[in-house]
Design a protein around this ligand. Structure first.
Ligand code: NAD
Ligand code: TYD
Length: 338
């Protein structure tokens, strides 16, 4: 199977490519990634010389480039991870989110349709459903009601995918997953941010009261889900993936502090995120029933392994935190932590 993977130098895409090459002898991958602030060649340093792997630096919005790559196939599938992925950055500036997440998806859909690609996987998020109250779960039938510029742009992309299937019979599936954690996650998201800050005795900025709930899933389980959708999904269908593992942000914070033997005095309650979704929780029963998928990593051991990974990769973290990250951090947290 020959795959065009976009955004493969980011967190989930790099884990996905590594798993594909390890799990299947007959898979080859072209990875198209723009190397934005979130893209990092170090994430795939261990497989860069594998003859089944090729890296192309470029923008998914560049139709000429995408056409050129697809004409060098034949490709069996396109798996689209490329995105601006952080809610807080979308609140600071939504422009790149509209461009990459919406226009980029449209360009990929048109190019893949032109090249008669047999399978397109749109990697989406549970955030397209908006926020839950204290009870209930997101199913694939939950109405789309995004809250942030990030989730609005992902919703627009999902609707384009839906429309291409409806209008042209385009062979796409969409996956919607809950919050991922694991190795190689950029330390702007809650878990790697708090692990790396706590390891350096820096403040942990908890938004609001810390009672917002997320359904955490290990990235390996998400990658297994995308693989199942890629190989066994039905055209036009949406599949939810979740960890059945709801935690408040404060529970996550306490667990990280405990694993690192750090004091609770590192917790700083800061001004809440505007429009902060209260709770996400996923009903994955469709994927379990139709794709024979179940999450396999239990949260306690997954979080411990993740904390260990970040401690063993202090250089990786230091490298990221030395660049553009500094000005982002100042803009996002400077006033909040004063
Ligand atoms: P990430 O921010 O770590 O990586 C995104 C990657 O896309 C980077 O390598 C970046 O360089 C690349 N990219 C950005 N713009 C590009 C462009 N215009 N052209 C080509 N490449 C570009 O993101 P992630 O956390 O790995 O998320 C991957 C996908 O999974 C996203 O589509 C996201 O919406 C979705 N998702 C993420 C989560 C999560 O918890 N992180 C949960 C559900 C769904
Ligand atoms: P995040 O990792 O940004 O994922 P998402 O917003 O896509 O769910 O945030 C997870 C939760 O952690 C969310 O409720 C916001 C909260 N949070 C903080 O309290 N402080 C922080 O510094 C960050 C980045 C997130």
């Amino acid at each position: 199977m020959r795959l065009l993977v976009t955004g493969g130098c980011g967190f989930i895409g790099s884990n996905f490519i590594r798993h594909q090459l390890a799990d299947y002898n007959d898979v080859s991958v072209v990875n198209l990634d723009l190397l934005t602030y979130a893209g990092n060649l170090e994430n795939l340093a261990d497989i860069k010389d594998d003859s089944r792997y090729e890296f192309r630096r470029g923008d998914i919005c560049d139709r000429e480039l995408v056409d050129e790559i697809l004409s060098g196939g034949p490709f069996d599938a396109v798996v689209n991870f490329a995105a601006e992925s952080h809610v807080d950055r979308s609140i600071l500036d939504s422009g790149p989110f509209i461009q990459t997440n919406i226009v980029g998806t449209q360009v990929l859909l048109d190019a893949a349709r032109g090249a008669k690609i047999g399978r397109f996987v749109q990697v989406s998020t549970d955030e397209v459903y908006g926020s839950l109250g204290e009870t209930g779960l997101f199913t694939e039938e939950t109405p789309l009601a995004p809250s942030s510029p990030y989730s609005a742009s992902k919703t627009a992309a999902d609707l384009l995918v839906r429309a291409y299937h409806h209008s042209f019979g385009f062979p796409a599936v969409t996956t919607r997953c809950s919050n991922n954690y694991g190795p190689y996650q950029f330390p702007e998201k809650l878990i790697p941010l708090f692990i790396s800050n706590a390891a350096q005795d820096k403040a942990l900025p908890v938004y609001g009261t810390g009672t917002n709930v997320r359904d955490w899933i290990h990235v390996d389980d998400h990658c297994r889900g995308i693989d199942a959708a890629l190989r066994h999904g039905v055209d036009g269908e949406v599949y939810n993936f979740g960890g059945s593992n709801e935690r408040t942000n404060l529970e996550i914070t306490h667990a990280i502090l405990k694993l690192l033997h750090k004091p609770e005095s590192l917790i700083h309650y800061v001004t809440d995120r505007p429009g902060h979704d209260l709770r996400y929780a996923i009903d994955s029963s469709k994927a379990e029933r139709e794709l024979q998928w179940t999450p396999q990593v239990d949260f306690e051991s997954g979080l411990k392994a993740t904390v260990d990974w970040y401690q063993q990769h202090a250089d990786w973290v230091a490298h990221i935190k030395s660049g553009e990250y500094q000005s982002y951090y100042e803009q996002q947290y400077g006033e909040r932590l004063q």
